[in-house]
Structures are given as C-alpha cells and as structure tokens.
Design a protein around this ligand. Structure first.
Ligand code: C2E
Ligand code: CA
Ligand code: CA
Length: 305
C-alpha cells in the first residue's frame, strides 16, 4: 500500500503576532486552520484571520443550540420542466439565530461540517423536509435534498436516510439527493457502490454545481447519475458570454449522451430560459419562477399554477 502524506502549515512570528508562547501557538493554529482550507499549503498568520476565526467560533457555538431552540427551518424552491409543469422542489436549509440573526447556509453548513454537527443537522433537515412535503397538497412531485460530503461518508448514512423515509411513509421514487463533485475527492471505491445501492432503492441522484469542480468524463461515465445541475455561475453570464454558452451547450450534450436530464439553476430572466430551451435544457430552477419558499407559500405557488 502507498500512503500519500500531506501537510497544512500555520506560521506565526515573534514578536509580530504575540509575545507569549500561548498567544503565538494560538495564532499559528488559526493560520493552520486557514491553510487546511486550501490543503497542503503554508499560511502566515494575519489579523484578518483572527476575525474570521472568531466568527467561525461564534457560529459553531450558536449552531449547537439551533435545533433545540427551533431556529433551523427549511424552504423549498420549485423546479419547472421545459413544458412549464412543476417537476419538483429543492429543500434548502435556513437558520435564524437569536444572537447572530439570519446566517446563510453558505456560512453555517461548512462550520457544521468542520465541527462535527453536520450529521445531526442533516438528519434534522431531512426529517423536517419529509414531514412538510408529506403534508403538502395531494399532488406528487420530486423533492431534492442536499447531502454534504461528511453526511454521505458517515458509515450509516444510507441506513439512516432510508429509515427517515420509511418512518414518514414516503415513496422513495420521489426523493432526489444532490451531491457535488467534491465527493469524488474521497474514496471512489467506497462511493461508487454506495451510489449504485442508492439508485437501486429508487432514489434519484443529482450532480449539483456541475462544471465547477473536478470530475472527469471517464468518472462521470461510471456514475449512476440521473440529473446534472448546471451551476448558476454559467447561467449568470450565458446571455452575453459566448464561452459560457459553449460550456452550457457542452454540459447539456454530455448529459444527453449519458442519459441524464439537465437542470439549469439560478435562472432569473426570460432571455436565459429562451437560450437554455434552444440548447435542449430539460428543467429550470431560479428566481424567475420562485425564490425558495416556506411550506405555506409553496402551497400557494402550487395552487396558482
Ligand atoms: P446550492 O445547492 O447550489 O443551492 C442553490 C442556491 O442558489 C440557493 O442558495 C438558492 O437560494 C440560490 N438561488 C436559486 N435560484 C437563484 C436565482 O435565481 N438567483 C440567485 N441569486 N440565487 C438563486 P442558498 O439557499 O443560500 O444555499 C446556498 C448553498 O448552501 C447551497 O447551494 C448548498 O450548497 C448549501 N445548502 C443549503 N441548504 C443545504 C442543506 O440542507 N444541506 C446541505 N448539505 N447544504 C445546503
Ligand atoms: Ca443544491
Ligand atoms: Ca447548486
């Protein structure tokens, strides 16, 4: 067996960053935390890192009480197919902290991941979503749930996931999990069979933020993926930027070749939809149709359509 070892290094200097061993060590630790984000990198301490670190610590601390204090909830963003019918919704987590105010998921999800809270929070989001969806109207639609890398890599992830679906009595065919290309940095020999098992259970698999990360065509070919989600960054510039247009056309072509359906996220204008439709995009999600909505507003949205 070959082990490949890397190191992330944090550096602090005397006397610039402190005049006692304790303070210097803490500064080096904060710098190391930053260098770990980039991986195999060396980082010298800076004052700005201290502010970021303190914010991180505060979020981590407050997040521990978020579930008990009923501060976490879920909103749902509709996904519309090319005929204008409702395909499904994406469940998105929200946190309104009593002390920090609204903290966006881009900020608290990474902290939850780093501080070992993601499994608990992920399970809460899943159960809340299933409960709310189960009691939403009589119509059937697909529900997409974001699964972070940590959650996915937990030994009993699938078992817990299936238990939650079973407890609510929901049809597995109506659930989609959204994973990202980051997952494939982890052990592919572990992930691939698990993805196949998930698909065999009837759960759909969607590749989120596609085009921004690392996944080779060779890898994609082997993956049991049902849907590619084109990242919003391509959609943002698609009308004026020819390169973005080419990228999107290529992603749609890849999806079609591999029998995957393609969804464009972050769609805000008519022009974007017209262009995406002409390229053969199957589904859309974005403010053009609706922002992520609390359950009651989602019901109203469904009734109006
Ligand atoms: P994402 O999965 O790529 O989610 C799409 C993000 O784009 C959402 O931001 C959504 O509100 C936003 N969005 C959708 N349409 C538009 C649009 O037309 N214009 C603009 N400007 N934005 C649009 P949000 O809810 O802030 O979520 C950010 C990220 O946080 C998500 O990115 C996802 O990576 C993560 N996240 C959110 N909820 C969860 C969760 O329950 N579990 C996990 N693991 N991650 C989550
Ligand atoms: Ca997503
Ligand atoms: Ca996305």
């Amino acid at each position: 067996m070959t082990l490949i070892v890397g190191a992330s290094i944090g550096i602090s200097k005397y006397p610039d960053h402190g005049n006692s061993l304790d303070i210097l060590l803490r500064a080096a630790d904060i710098a190391m935390y930053e260098s770990k984000k980039i991986q195999n990198h060396a980082q010298i301490f800076q004052d700005s890192l201290q502010d970021e670190y303190l914010k991180h610590v505060k979020i981590e601390h407050e997040l521990r009480k978020a579930i008990e204090h009923h501060e976490l909830f879920v909103v749902y963003q509709p996904q519309i197919d090319h005929t204008g019918s409702i395909h499904g919704v994406e469940a998105l987590a929200r946190w309104e902290s009593a002390t920090l105010g609204i903290v966006p998921p881009d900020q608290f999800i990474p902290v939850a991941e780093a501080s070992g809270q993601m499994v608990k929070i992920g399970y809460f989001i899943l159960s809340r979503t299933l409960q709310e969806i189960q009691t939403t109207l009589g119509i059937t639609f697909q529900t997409s749930i974001n699964i972070s890398v940590r959650q996915f890599m937990e030994a009993d992830f699938l078992e817990q996931f299936l238990n939650a679906i079973h407890d609510i009595g929901m049809n597995k065919d109506l659930i989609t999990i959204e994973i990202t290309e980051n997952l494939f940095i982890e052990d592919v020999d572990y992930i691939l069979p698990l993805l196949h098992k998930i698909q065999q259970c009837g759960i759909q698999i969607s590749m989120d933020d596609f085009g921004t990360g690392y996944s080779s065509l060779n890898m994609l070919r082997k993956l049991p993926i049902d849907e590619l989600k084109i990242d919003k960054s391509f959609i943002d510039t698609i009308v004026e930027d020819k390169t973005a247009q080419k990228m999107v056309q290529n992603i749609i072509a890849i999806g079609k070749n591999f029998n995957m359906s393609v969804l464009a996220e972050g769609v805000e204008t008519n022009e974007q939809i017209a262009l995406l439709t002409s390229f053969g995009c199957d589904k859309f999600q974005g403010y053009y149709f609706a922002k992520p909505l609390p359950k009651d507003d989602l019901i109203t949205f469904f009734q109006k359509r």
